[in-house]
Design a protein around this ligand. Structure first.
Ligand code: URP
Ligand code: ZN
Ligand code: ZN
Length: 424
C-alpha cells in the first residue's frame, strides 16, 4: 500500500492555518497531526511550504461550440493544464442539442470528459424550455446532478430562456433542492446597445464592451433577484463582473456570487491592445472601478467563488480585424487561476484562508463535493497543492503545459505549485 507523508507543512484551510503533518494512504488523507514513527512512507519535506486543498474550478468549457468554432481545450489537454496550476477538480457544463433530453446531454458530455486527468463534475445546461425539460429536472437531481444553468442572452444562438421560463425552471429546481446558475446579461439591453454600433460599422474589438454594457448585467440580476424572492430557489450568478451587479446580488440571501480573474485583474483598456481581440469574452471586461468593487467583494465576503469561465482560443481562431460580433467569445485561464490569484493575494496581504474559501471550500460546499473535496481533513481525497511562497515568478509562459498559444495574464506575477498531489 503506497503511503506518503508530508512533513512540517503549513496547512491553509478556510478557517485558519496550522503546521501539521499529513499522511496519505490509498489516495486518501489518512492522518493529520504530529505524526511520528510512520513506516514505509515516502516522505516529502514541506518545511517552509504552504499546503492548500486542491483547487476547484467550478466553471470551465472544454471543447464547446461557440459560433462557428470550438474552444481550444478538450478535457485531456484542459485538465492537464489545470493540474499544472494546482486545480484538481473542474466542473464543466453539458451541451443540450436539439431534440436531446437533459439526461442524454449528460451522458454525452460524460463520454467526452472521459480523458480528464483530474476529477470532473458537470452542471446541466438548460438552453431549451418545454414541459419535458421541466419534468426531467427532478430525475436529474435524484441522479446526483443538482446544479443547472440558464442564459438570459444568446437568443440568436438559440440558448436563451425568457425570465418567465426561468421562473418556471426555478420553481421546479427549488422544490427538488437544486441550484440554478445564471449567465446574467439582459438580451434586450444588448440588442439595443449593439444595433447602432453595427449599423454605423463600429466593429472593432473595443465595441464589444459597449455592445454588452454593464447595464445588461444590472437588469438581468435585478430580475433574477426578484425570481429568487418569488420562488425561494437558490441561484448562483456566474462570472459576475460589475459593481452594480454586485450591489444588487449581494442584497439577496438566495444568490451565490462567482467572479473570475479576468474581471478582477483586467479592464476594458485591453481592447486597445494589439491583441485586443483575444480578450473578447461575454460578458466583456469592465472599468477599473468595477474591478475594485469586485476586490472589495472578495475581501468583505460578498463574493463566494472565483472560477475561470475557461474557454480558450488560439491566436488563429480570433484573427485581428474581424468585427467584434463575429469573434469567438472566451478567455482561457484554468492553468493560471491559482498561481496568479495566489500571487495577488500575497501582494495585497489578503488572508490566504479567504483564497481557500473562494477557490476550494466554497465551491465544494455549493456543488456538493464537500468534505471529500474542498478541505484538508482525514478521509478526504488527497488533493493537495504544495507551494513555496518565495517562488514568485514573472516570466512563466514556458512553464505552461497548455496547448494554447496565448495567455491573458502574461506579465502578471505567479506562484506555481512545487507539487500537486492529485487523487482521481
Ligand atoms: O465568452 C465566454 N464567456 N464564453 C463562454 C461561454 C459563456 O458564456 O460562459
Ligand atoms: Zn457565461
Ligand atoms: Zn461560461
Amino acid at each position: 500500500m503506497k503511503k506518503t507523508l508530508l512533513k512540517n507543512g503549513l496547512i491553509i484551510r478556510a478557517d485558519g492555518q496550522k503546521r501539521e503533518d499529513i499522511l496519505i494512504k490509498n489516495d486518501r488523507i489518512n492522518a493529520i497531526g504530529d505524526l511520528q514513527n510512520v513506516n514505509d512512507a515516502e516522505i516529502i519535506d514541506c518545511k517552509n511550504r504552504l499546503i492548500f486543498p486542491g483547487i476547484i474550478d467550478a466553471h470551465t468549457h472544454m471543447g464547446i461550440p461557440i459560433k462557428d468554432g470550438y474552444s481550444a481545450d478538450d478535457f485531456e489537454s484542459g485538465s492537464k493544464s489545470a493540474l499544472n496550476g494546482g486545480v484538481t477538480t473542474i466542473i464543466d457544463f453539458t451541451i443540450l442539442s436539439k431534440n436531446q433530453t437533459l439526461w442524454e446531454s449528460i451522458l454525452e458530455r460524460r463520454k467526452y470528459a472521459e480523458h480528464s486527468v483530474i476529477d470532473y463534475d458537470l452542471h446541466c445546461n438548460i438552453t431549451r424550455f418545454d414541459n419535458n425539460i421541466l419534468k426531467e429536472i427532478p430525475r436529474i437531481i435524484e441522479k446526483g446532478i443538482t446544479s443547472f444553468k440558464v442564459f438570459t442572452t444568446y437568443k440568436e444562438a438559440g440558448m436563451m430562456l425568457t425570465y418567465n421560463e426561468i421562473e418556471e425552471v426555478a420553481r421546479v429546481i427549488a422544490y427538488n433542492g437544486g441550484l440554478l446558475m445564471v449567465h446574467a446579461e439582459d438580451n434586450d439591453v444588448i440588442e439595443k446597445a449593439s444595433q447602432p454600433l453595427i449599423s454605423q460599422n463600429l466593429t472593432e474589438a473595443k465595441y464589444h464592451a459597449i455592445a454588452r454594457p454593464a447595464e445588461a448585467e444590472r437588469v438581468a440580476i435585478e430580475k433574477i433577484a426578484n425570481i429568487a424572492e418569488k420562488t425561494s430557489c437558490e441561484f448562483y450568478i456566474v462570472h459576475l463582473n460589475t459593481a452594480e451587479g454586485l450591489k444588487i446580488a449581494k442584497q439577496s440571501n438566495k444568490i451565490f456570487i462567482e467572479t473570475c480573474p479576468q474581471y478582477l485583474l483586467l479592464d476594458d483598456s485591453v481592447y486597445e491592445r494589439e491583441d485586443g481581440q483575444m480578450f473578447v469574452a461575454s460578458p466583456p471586461l469592465r472599468k477599473p472601478s468595477d474591478c475594485e468593487a469586485l476586490w472589495e467583494g472578495l475581501i468583505d465576503g460578498s463574493v463566494d467563488v472565483i472560477a475561470t469561465d475557461h474557454c480558450p482560443f488560439m491566436l488563429n481562431d480570433k484573427p485581428k480585424g474581424i468585427p467584434f460580433q463575429n469573434i469567438l467569445n472566451g478567455i482561457g485561464g484554468v492553468e493560471t487561476l491559482f498561481p496568479v490569484m495566489l500571487a495577488q493575494f500575497m501582494e495585497r496581504n489578503i488572508d490566504l484562508s479567504r483564497l481557500v474559501q473562494l477557490m476550494s471550500t466554497n465551491p465544494a460546499k455549493i456543488f456538493n463535493l464537500y468534505p471529500k473535496m474542498g478541505t484538508i481533513t482525514v478521509g478526504a481525497d488527497a488533493d493537495l497543492v504544495i507551494i513555496n511562497p518565495d517562488n514568485i515568478i514573472c516570466n512563466w509562459l514556458d512553464r505552461l503545459v497548455s496547448i494554447t498559444d496565448w495567455n491573458a495574464y502574461s506579465g502578471f506575477e505567479a506562484i506555481f505549485p512545487e507539487k500537486t498531489i492529485n487523487n482521481i
